[in-house]
Design a protein around this ligand. Structure first.
Ligand SMILES: Cc1cc2nc3c(=O)[nH]c(=O)nc-3n(C[C@H](O)[C@H](O)[C@H](O)COP(=O)(O)O)c2cc1C
Length: 333
């Protein structure tokens, strides 16, 4: 597939892709975002924590919750419950999670070793769903032959709308390099859009991944943690976006400043906006804020020392302000 305007996805990431971060990533140039994976068992039991993970806000468009599970009836029930929310545009099903606590229950990437059950599960969800169903896969379990091509062909046949493939096996976890050549075989095998995922961090890797896989689009995970501006930067370098980045808008003098200052500036804008979005979406949460604070200050000069100072901060508004002041100072040095 040759697409001159490929969509860029923020990867679903537990503990990262919360609602305000998803909205922020869209404002930074991501075309699609997907929620953190959410247990169908927990959703069917009415867990408030899990329902919060798949909550949305009018600022989020489109809203794509991701679910996982090992029990087909629970997956069907969770699909029905999600469809009651008219904001849901697509439901994504996770067959990529390598965590033992997930795989032990025959869920996530473990199902790549049981193609019949996987396909039956997705078919049952499609049967009750009012919205399209997409799936996120790895290449296989890493034991025996890879199953992703067979599974992708069968998922296309039963009506899956789009696939995302992370170019590693379950056994690999996050080790080694993502194998884009295997993603390209899946792209060739099906006619539905395939989004390539794994090790895309900048314009160079995004262009290489798109040309080597022929995928319809690219998904970025770790490269966007604490760094949602990566979407804008990639699109700008690839000539896919015009206009000024939100953090440059009224600050033209920043265009010519050095790279470190620009990084501080971009992160400063993104952090302030993240905090603002937690308030707008009423999802303020100290643990999430702390995790993002750590990520937003990574790889910046003095960041490690500053992160140490955050340990003593108990109050959520103080934490936000300290990060905000530190990033602003770095930009103005
Ligand atoms: C902290 C973290 C949490 C993740 N949580 C999820 C998840 O909830 N659902 C999912 O499908 N993948 C999850 N993943 C996998 C990513 O979506 C992605 O497939 C993987 O990180 C490879 O892409 P990357 O090389 O761009 O990071 C997670 C990855 C990380 C690092």
């Amino acid at each position: 597939m040759n697409n001159s305007n490929p969509p860029f996805f923020l990867a679903p990431m537990e503990g990262v892709s919360d609602l305000p971060f998803r909205i922020l990533a869209r404002e930074c140039g991501a075309d699609f975002t997907i929620s953190e994976f959410t247990s169908s068992t927990a959703l069917t039991r009415g867990s408030v924590k899990s329902w919060t993970k798949v909550s949305t806000h009018p600022l989020e468009d489109p809203f794509i919750p991701q679910i996982f599970g090992g029990d087909i009836n629970e997956m069907v029930k969770a699909t029905e419950l999600l469809c009651d929310n008219r904001s849901v545009e697509i439901i994504d099903i996770n067959f990529g999670c390598p965590a033992p606590k997930v795989c032990r229950n025959d869920a996530g990437a473990a199902l790549l070793g049981k193609p019949d059950k996987l396909v039956k599960m997705v078919e049952a969800c499609i049967d009750v769903s009012d919205v399209p169903i997409s799936a996120k896969l790895r290449l296989g379990t890493g034991i025996g032959d890879d199953t992703a091509i067979e599974i992708s062909e069968r998922l296309e046949e039963i009506g899956v709308f789009r696939l995302c493939v992370h170019g590693r096996t379950l056994k690999q976890g996050y080790r080694g390099e993502a194998d884009w050549s295997k993603i390209s075989k899946i792209v060739d095998a099906v006619s539905i859009p395939v989004i390539a995922n794994g090790d895309v961090v900048d314009a160079k890797s995004a262009s290489a991944c798109l040309s080597q896989t022929g995928a319809a689009g690219v998904m970025i995970g770790r490269g966007a943690i604490g760094n949602p501006q990566v979407f804008y930067q990639i699109k700008q370098e690839m000539g896919l976006i015009n206009g000024k980045a939100p953090w440059i808008k009224d600050n033209d003098e920043w265009v010519d400043s050095d790279e470190i200052k620009r990084d501080f500036m971009a992160r400063s804008w993104c952090w302030n906006r993240y905090v603002e979005l937690t308030k707008l979406t009423e999802t303020e949460n100290k643990n999430a804020l702390k995790r993002h604070a750590i990520s937003f200050t990574k790889h910046l000069p003095g960041g490690s020392k500053f992160r140490g100072s955050l340990q003593e901060v108990k109050e959520i508004n103080q934490l936000s302000k300290n990060v905000s002041d530190w990033l602003k100072n770095g930009a103005n040095k």
